[in-house]
Design a protein around this ligand. Structure first.
Ligand code: ATP
Ligand code: LTN
Length: 328
């Protein structure tokens, strides 16, 4: 069976971009592929965090993923730091990726420009991400469009590792990016992707926003003055973003949807309604889970044990292949 692996950072509140670009697809495909999902708390440490906030966001993110529809009896859900093999393989990947490759990562350039303190971990972050993926003999990595470059790096590093060791120790993964919704933009700055760590509360629709807030944010979305509804990302980024959101929420093609509208008002109203309806069941399930943290803690503990079985075998194989002496 095809194996899928993906990760999400507990860096803030989950937004519509995370949901449409990644999580919804994980939920839809979990019965068809052997699915492993990880709350990547080690990645969140690359930018300093308040310890209590990180701890509570990690649990909350796991609860939200279950509320979104990940079924613990169907897929494996765990927290990255509960499986120490991630840090173990990350070192081997850091020694396989080159300084030049890591220097070319767009996300590093963006995040290092936006933060005063630039940690070494922010620079080597894609090597840890490669380790996450490669530990599980992953065939496919379902992600949003922004992760293309990181998955490409994981492929290059896996190939180089195999060539150096002279055998196929690591499986070379492919990315899968959804045709619609892979790049949801900030509603106030449609030139930037919607993001957990950008401070743009009005431009970011959160999965847990109440219906009134969702409506307000979408109705105030930045468009332009010519009042023509057309899907054209370069010329009309704000309007195209609304069409992408509506398309992803309703399963329709954004370009075709544009023909149904002559003015921005109705487009915004329909988009807001579609998003509210899409998120309603998630919010209802979340409300039940949040009062019962023990259920999610148990899911994560079972998930980590399942993940560890696979990860420890891969790490052992990789350590032997690279020439490390076996402890027994
Ligand atoms: P941060 O801002 O802290 O980097 P993020 O909002 O980019 O966080 P991640 O945890 O890094 O979110 O990403 C989780 C998944 O959501 C990834 O697969 C990523 O590609 C996807 N994703 C993130 N932002 C968007 C977006 N605006 N549109 C579509 N997919 C997205
Ligand atoms: N870098 C990713 C999060 C992430 C990930 C992964 C995604 C960490 N490890 C492994 C897919 C597979 C991000 O910033 N969205």
């Amino acid at each position: 069976m095809t194996r899928a692996f993906s990760g999400i950072q507990p860096t803030g509140d989950v937004h519509l971009g995370n949901y449409l670009g990644a999580v919804r697809r994980w939920v839809d495909d979990q019965h068809d592929v052997d699915s492993i999902f990880c709350v990547v708390d080690l990645h969140a440490l690359t930018i300093p965090k308040d310890p209590e906030v990180l701890r509570s966001k990690t649990l909350q993110l796991a609860q939200l993923l279950v509320a979104c529809g990940l079924e613990p009896e169907t897929c494996t859900l765990f927290v990255q730091s509960h499986v120490p093999e991630h840090s173990g393989l990350a070192w081997l990947m850091e020694c396989t990726a080159s300084f030049g490759e890591l220097s070319r990562m767009v996300q590093f350039k963006d995040k290092s420009d936006r933060n005063d303190f630039v940690s070494a971990g922010l620079f080597t972050y894609p090597a840890l991400q490669a380790a996450d993926i490669l530990l599980y003999d992953t065939d496919v990595v379902p992600v949003g469009d922004d992760q293309r470059q990181h998955i490409e790096l994981a492929r290059d590093v896996a190939t180089r590792f195999n060539n150096r060791c002279g055998s196929d120790v690591l499986v070379v993964p492919e990315h899968v990016i959804p045709p619609v919704g892979a790049r949801i933009m900030d509603l106030q700055n449609p030139g930037d992707k919607m993001s957990k760590s950008l401070d743009s509360p009005q431009g970011t629709v959160l999965v847990l926003d109440d219906p009134k807030t969702i409506e307000k944010k979408i109705k105030r979305a930045v468009t332009d003055t010519d009042n023509e509804v057309r899907f054209d990302v370069a010329d009309k980024p704000g309007v195209s973003n609304l069409l992408s959101i509506l398309g992803a929420a309703t399963g329709r093609d954004p370009e075709a949807l544009a023909d149904d509208y002559e003015m921005y008002g109705p487009l915004k109203a329909d988009t807001a309604e579609a998003v509210v309806e899409l998120l309603r069941p998630v919010q209802q399930r979340f409300a039940d889970l949040v009062d019962d943290p023990a259920t999610t803690t148990q899911i994560l503990s079972t998930g980590a044990a399942k993940a560890r079985e696979i990860a420890s075998a891969t790490l052992d194989r990789a350590q032997r292949a690279v020439g490390l002496l076996s402890p027994s």
